[in-house]
Design a protein around this ligand. Structure first.
Ligand code: NAD
Ligand code: TYD
Length: 375
């Protein structure tokens, strides 16, 4: 595969995947296809602009004709599909946009790829449709060990050792049970991708990943929003009691996994990708406060008073935790960063890149945020 489309390449994870592929594979022709919604920003990719193996195409993934034409013009043999509406809170307010982009957009890409690849003499030989999905499709896990227990797998996640807050985990075989409109739409798109393999023999792969963090994440998600608010001395809106658990993975480790799976993963397989790194929101928030205060030279505990408990998110999933030992065992992947290193790098990046935050949060986002928190 040499001619590759990466959809959603101007977004958070997509920009890291584009950067990795453009720098690592000079012989490829990498096309970043993105509609540039509020979440897509070409400022995320300034360092790869102008490289001979990189091209940006502004396109909506729901535009079937345009994508079918692009497949033919560029002789596309690989698709890495990340474009999506990705924020759970937005999906609660506006589920239709999520169904349109995540479900209909994915179906549109699948059908265009099918028509083009089936028209070639070699058919599906050497082709690949890789869909990037989320662990949220599996639903919520129990919190039956609120004090934490030792997990059943070896981890590199934290220098202090890793805790699991329940005795169940998401496996590749876990039944889908999505709760939010976001995860329902992602689940539906995963099913369509698998249906194109099972019905038409398209070479597809799906991966389901846990929560990512790192540079270039739109500051409506927990980690960048809170780092920025701590810096500005603004309230930190903690949903419910802050007891919900998420499993955090540094975004570059996800991009490395995507590279490995795109090239070496088995067709028609599902791989879970996770951080082996469960945190209760409130504990993670305290780590962010401590780190930002230290770097800014504030006394310890200075920003703890910003914590503000607010009405819980509707249908808020209690706990996500991934078992990604299949990926470790089959392809030798594991997270490279311990959480302490990852969070330090992330906090420093947001503090050093205020201009980026200002540019992406102007306009539409400000209005959304005001409405969200009734300001
Ligand atoms: P993001 O919101 O930062 O970026 C999404 C990108 O898709 C943006 O560049 C946006 O402009 C583009 N886009 C949206 N609608 C489009 C459309 N109709 N046509 C073309 N482009 C469109 O999202 P992210 O956090 O980088 O997530 C990327 C993918 O990874 C998503 O599919 C998401 O479901 C999945 N994922 C995310 C996480 C996470 O923690 N962020 C975890 C697991 C899986
Ligand atoms: P988020 O970053 O939106 O990711 P996801 O909902 O996909 O897991 O949220 C992470 C966790 O943080 C989730 O349990 C909701 C919580 N949260 C807050 O408590 N306050 C906030 O302002 C946000 C955005 C999230």
């Amino acid at each position: 595969m040499k001619n590759i489309v990466i959809t959603g390449g101007a977004g958070f994870i997509g920009s890291h995947v584009v950067r990795l592929f453009v720098n690592k594979y000079p012989e490829y022709n990498i096309i970043n296809l993105d509609k540039l919604t509020y979440a897509g920003n070409l400022a995320n990719l300034k360092d790869v602009e102008g490289k001979p193996n990189y091209k940006f195409v502004k396109m909506d993934i729901c535009n079937f004709e345009a994508f079918y034409q692009l497949m033919q013009d560029e002789k596309i043999d690989g698709i890495i599909h990340l474009a999506a509406e990705s924020h759970v809170d937005r999906s609660i307010k506006d589920p239709f946009t999520f169904a349109r982009t995540n479900v209909m957009g994915t179906l549109s890409l699948l059908q265009a790829a099918k028509l083009y690849w089936e028209s070639l003499p070699e058919g599906y030989e050497g082709k690949r449709f890789y869909h990037i999905s989320t662990d949220e499709v599996y639903g919520a896990l129990s919190m039956n060990h609120p004090e934490g227990i030792e997990p059943p797998f070896k981890t590199v996640a934290s220098s202090e050792g890793h805790k699991a807050y329940g005795d169940d985990f998401f496996y590749e075989t876990t039944k889908y049970n999505p709760h939010s409109p976001y995860s329902a739409a992602k689940a539906s798109s995963d099913h369509f991708v698998r249906a194109y393999h099972d019905t038409y023999a398209m070479p597809t792969i799906v991966t389901n990943c846990s929560n990512n963090y790192g540079p270039y994440q739109f500051p409506e998600k927990l980690i960048p929003l809170f780092i920025n608010n701590i810096r500005l001395g603004k309230p930190l809106p903690v949903y419910g009691r802050g007891e919900n658990v998420r499993d955090w993975l540094y975004v570059e480790d996800h991009a490395r996994a995507i590279d490995l799976i795109f090239h070496k993963g088995r067709v028609a397989e599902t791989y879970n990708i996770g951080g082996f790194n469960e945190w209760k929101n409130i504990d993670l928030i305290k780590v962010m406060i401590k780190t930002v205060d230290r770097i800014l030279g504030n006394p310890e505990g200075h920003s703890l008073g910003l914590i503000t408990y607010v009405t819980d998110r509707l249908g808020h999933d209690a706990r996500y935790a991934i078992d990604s030992t299949k990926l470790q065992r089959e392809l030798g992947w594991e997270p490279s960063l311990q959480f302490e290193e990852g969070i330090e790098k992330t906090v420093r990046w947001y503090l050093d890149n205020q201009a980026w935050i200002d540019s992406v949060t102007s306009g539409e986002y400000e209005r959304y945020y005001d409405e969200m928190y009734n300001r």
